[in-house]
Structures are given as C-alpha cells and as structure tokens.
Design a protein around this ligand. Structure first.
Ligand code: AVJ
Length: 319
C-alpha cells in the first residue's frame, strides 16, 4: 500500500548543460536543428497535454479508444503481477486505462520532464492505492535503461502516443532492440504508432486552429532564453509544420521572420530571413512497415489493433 512514489535516477539531470551543448552544436550547422526532447520543460509538457485535447490532434483520443477496446485482450496477453514500465509517461493518463485490467505489481513512469513526472506519478499513487508507483527521470533517447531490479521476470513496456515517431527509422530500430534486451524472455511491448494517411488530416493535427502546437514549438525559444544566457526572441519566429511524404514524416520548423543575429552564451548566430530551425520529425508508419521494423529489432508481433478509419495503431509485441 504505497501512497508515496519511489524515485529513481540521478537528480537533477544536467539538462541545462545538455540544452547548451545541443543549441551551440545545432545552431552551428546548416540547416539549423534541435532535438525535440528539449520541448519538455514544465511549460512544454503542459502545452503538449493541451495539444492532445485539440480537435485536430486525432492521435490521443484515437489511441485511447483503441486501448479501451483492447484492454481485456492486453490483460490476457500480459497476465497479472507484471512490472509495467511506461516510456515518456508525461501526465500518466493513458496508463489509467490499463491498470484495472492489467493489475500490475509495480508501475514505473519514465520521463525527461522531472517535476512533471513527479506530480503525475504522485497523483497516480493517490488514485491507485494498491499500486506500487515508481518514477525514473531519464532521457531514454540516449539509451534505454531501467533502475536496478526492474523487468527481471515479468514485464510489460508501454510506449504510447507514437513517441517512437521522434526517432529516425534507424534510431527507432536501435531503441527497440535496446528495449527488447531489457525485457525478460516473454516480456511484452505495447506501443502506439501513428499511421500514414491523407496529408490534410496529418497537417491539420500539427497546425491546430487554436495555435497550441505553434505555442509548443515557440516555447523552445523561450526555454533557451530562460535557461541559457541568450537574447533569442520568439516573436521573431513563426511555426511551420508540414508532411514530408518522401521521408514519411511530419516536420516542424521555426522560421525566422527577419534577418537577425541571435546571441547565445557569448556566441552569435545569424538567421537569414525565412531561414528554418528544424525542431521535430514525427515519422508515420504503415502497419506493414512498423511490423517489419519491430521484427528487425528482435520482437515478435502478437496482436495489433486499429480504429475503423485506420488513423492509429496499437501493437503488442513480445521478446
Ligand atoms: C509526442 C512525439 C508523439 O509527434 O505527434 C505533437 C509531439 N509535436 N505536436 C507527435 C508533437 C507536435 C508528438 N509526439
């Protein structure tokens, strides 16, 4: 009966150093870029939760509908008493759909956004007094690791939201095979994957009318200004998102509205008018292309669920 959350990992993560290194490196090359993991400071995590509620952002509600319909089967595939590990747990909202049917022994939320992770897992522990709740603040884009003693016998990894889409396909294969090796024999992976579809639907999801995705993208510049020594001004940039069909990915960019010099940690970076800072890729798969990727990482596909329009998919894979 644990009401408190047990915290693992090294606190605090040296995120400010990581941000500085990534900005200085990413602004020095052409095209300029930054990895999307830096979106998730507290404000960014909150904006992401707001994105998930936008009418154009079909991903979250479609995945939740699929999970609700599939949860009994998922429970049967996993069986009770597992370690449930959630990668990119955010608000720990989707996992609530699984807990009653799955009856895991322990839950481990893994997220890069430290205080957001702590408040979310605390709320989960309060709402599910029978569940042993743990939190692990980690940047799993670097390598998939778990705190000592987790997933040694019976485990289900839960990687919802199509977050895998932030990796390029080769990075995704590497991440999946690292994850596969963390799991015990017979351990499962329940993963949400967004599907290729009509460009209008895809592009609307990343250009919501309320401007929340734009605010989420521009918040990255605010974070740089707050955490580093910088005069970067988000009002001098605009949000751009489009579907790159050849690469099968949504690309998000921040476009400079003028020619400008930006100062960061004593260095100066020139942005030309209309020059882009590439901030995110979100890869879209077909059922076949994702299944092939998962197999190449050593997983065996067991089950797959989609909605009627085949907007989104949830896959159950085993080691
Ligand atoms: C968390 C990576 C799944 O790609 O849809 C949402 C992030 N970016 N809107 C996605 C995101 C802009 C999201 N993932």
């Amino acid at each position: 009966m644990a009401l408190a959350v047990q915290v693992h990992g090294q606190y605090p993560l040296k995120q400010q150093d990581a941000l500085r290194d990534a900005v200085l490196a990413g602004f020095s090359v052409s095209p300029k870029w930054l990895p999307p993991k830096f979106f998730y400071d507290r404000r960014g995590s909150e904006l992401f939760e707001a994105i998930c509620r936008q009418p154009e952002y079909y991903l979250t509600r479609t995945e939740e509908q699929i999970l609700v319909r599939a949860v009994r089967e998922i429970g049967e595939l996993t069986g009770p008493g597992a370690d449930l590990l959630e990668f990119g747990s955010g608000a720990s909202h989707k996992v609530r759909l699984l807990l009653e049917a799955l009856r895991p022994a322990r839950y481990l939320g893994i997220d890069i956004s430290e205080d957001f992770l702590l408040s979310s897992t605390r709320r989960l522990a309060a709402d599910y007094p029978w569940l042993d709740v743990h939190a692990f603040c980690s940047d799993f884009s670097q390598c998939a690791i778990l705190p000592e003693g987790f997933a040694s016998e019976h485990a289900l990894a839960f990687f919802p939201g199509s977050s895998l889409g932030n990796f390029t396909p080769p990075q995704a294969r590497r991440f999946l095979s690292e994850l596969q090796q963390l799991l015990p024999k017979g351990g499962g992976l329940l993963i949400g994957i967004d599907l290729v579809k009509d460009r209008k639907i895809l592009e609307a999801a990343y250009n919501d009318a309320a401007g929340i995705t734009a605010a989420f993208n521009l918040n990255l510049l605010e974070r740089i200004r707050n955490e580093l020594d910088s005069d970067i001004d988000r009002s001098r940039f605009r949000h751009r998102a489009f579907f790159n069909e050849i690469e099968s990915r949504i690309e998000m960019h921040l476009i400079s509205k003028t020619t400008q010099d930006v100062n960061i940690e004593g260095r100066q970076f020139r942005f030309e008018n209309d020059e882009s800072l590439h901030t995110e890729n979100s890869y879209k798969y077909s059922l076949e292309s994702f299944t092939a990727l998962a197999k190449s990482a050593g997983f065996e596909p067991m089950a797959c669920w989609t909605d009627l329009k085949e907007l989104f998919s949830v896959h159950y894979l085993v080691r």
